[in-house]
Design a protein around this ligand. Sequence first.
Ligand SMILES: [Zn+2]
Length: 231
Amino acid sequence: MANQQQWESTTSILSLPTDVLSEVLERVGSSSSTDLFSAKLCCKLFNEVSDADTIYQRVSLQKFEIVPWHKNDKVSRFLKKCRQCKNPEAMYRKAVVDYFSDKHLDSALECLEEAADSGHPAAAYALGIIYLFVGTDELKRRGMRLLSGLQKSRFLQGGLKLCRENLRALLRMIWVKNPVFLNPTPICCAMTHERKTSSWPMDADDVEESTCEGCACDEEIAAICAALPSR
Ligand SMILES: [Zn+2]
């Protein structure tokens, strides 16, 4: 009898402590927003727990259009809530659209930095590209460091290519109006070669890297320029 009671009390998902249930729903949402929305419809408790900030922070946006063709208030509200809860993908999308369309530049950069810091590779890539185009020497170096970090990352096999394709696809969907991207293509290579022959301290990574970091960045710039409107 005791065993049966124990069995009954441990088999219902509703008997889980709220934080455990929240963790379960976070995982559901992080793999599929559709499954999360279905779970929300199951019962009042699921619906309440699903409204936590951590759920919005981790929910997958894969099923949502990167740049919605039709305005949908419900979707807009949902995505805004995701951004407020620091969902990195939601922040990345809005920040790239804003920055390249020449809107809210400072907050767009802040959002990209935050998303990149939280480990969103496409945000780090977009930030790197923006730094290269913005063009002061210090920002160029930061951009090159970001891109070369993605290139060398052991956790991101082929990740640089995915980030590049992601950004290119996004740029083809919007009207790029930021003059920074309509100016002549910045050249990174000369800067790096100069750096390598100068007396500046270099990281161990720089010394061992045989290919030219600047040339690699110039290739990224060319790939992004190809996705921009003709200049
Ligand atoms: Zn070079």
